[in-house]
Design a protein around this ligand. Structure first.
Ligand code: HEM
Length: 164
């Protein structure tokens, strides 16, 4: 997969009022996703996929550019996720950010356990695919438990070199 051209990466369609400074009503946010999918007549997963691309390629890039300077690949981002979420929510009273627990396997794949009372595993998957689109990579995600997955960051390059 090709990396997104820089010209289309941060095309501003509008400006955002301000950073989110307070914890927001999560029931309302999830309801907003559900209702938007209904209005657009698409599945919730499809909506998450669109949101994941917009978040990773446009919104977060504009609002949190510092993380894109530190992280140059989907892999870098994923291994920093726990720290990023703690950092951006540390001054938001009442925030309960998702937690990510990492375990490297001998074959270079990574097991990630996603812990959140919101159980938004499908959103996690879509956000990761958004990062892949931004960085032009194809991470293979295999779900191995309720909230646990194995990520293979090299799967696409391994299959390309096998077929070459
Ligand atoms: C610059 C990058 C990112 C920033 C600044 C960021 C920040 C945030 C913030 C502020 C929230 C709300 C947390 C709360 O209200 O407690 C959130 C939620 C979430 N983030 Fe990120 N995020 C980033 C990238 C990602 C990526 C790449 C993934 C997954 C691959 C991800 C997975 C999630 C999920 C699944 C939620 C939903 C809340 C939950 O599951 O409890 N984030 N993120």
């Amino acid at each position: 997969m090709e990396r997104m051209p820089s010209s289309s990466r941060s095309k501003k369609t509008h400006t955002y009022g301000s950073q989110i400074l307070q914890d927001i009503d999560e029931t309302a946010s999830i309801e907003l996703f559900v209702k938007s999918a209904e209005v657009l007549d698409i599945t919730l997963k499809k909506l998450f996929d669109h949101f994941g691309v917009y978040w990773s390629c446009v919104y977060a890039l504009e609002m949190y550019p510092q993380f894109y300077e530190d992280n140059n690949s989907t892999k870098d981002f994923i291994v920093s996720l726990d720290r990023i979420h703690q950092q951006v929510t540390s001054k938001k009273p009442g925030a309960k950010p998702p937690k990510f627990i990492y375990e490297w396997n001998k074959d270079g794949t990574l097991n990630v356990t996603y812990q959140s009372h919101r159980d938004l595993f499908e959103l996690f998957d879509s956000l990761l695919k958004g990062m892949d689109k931004y960085f032009g990579s194809e991470t293979e995600i295999t779900r191995i438990g309720q909230n646990k997955m194995t990520l293979d960051f090299e799967a696409a390059s391994a299959s390309n070199s096998a077929s070459a």
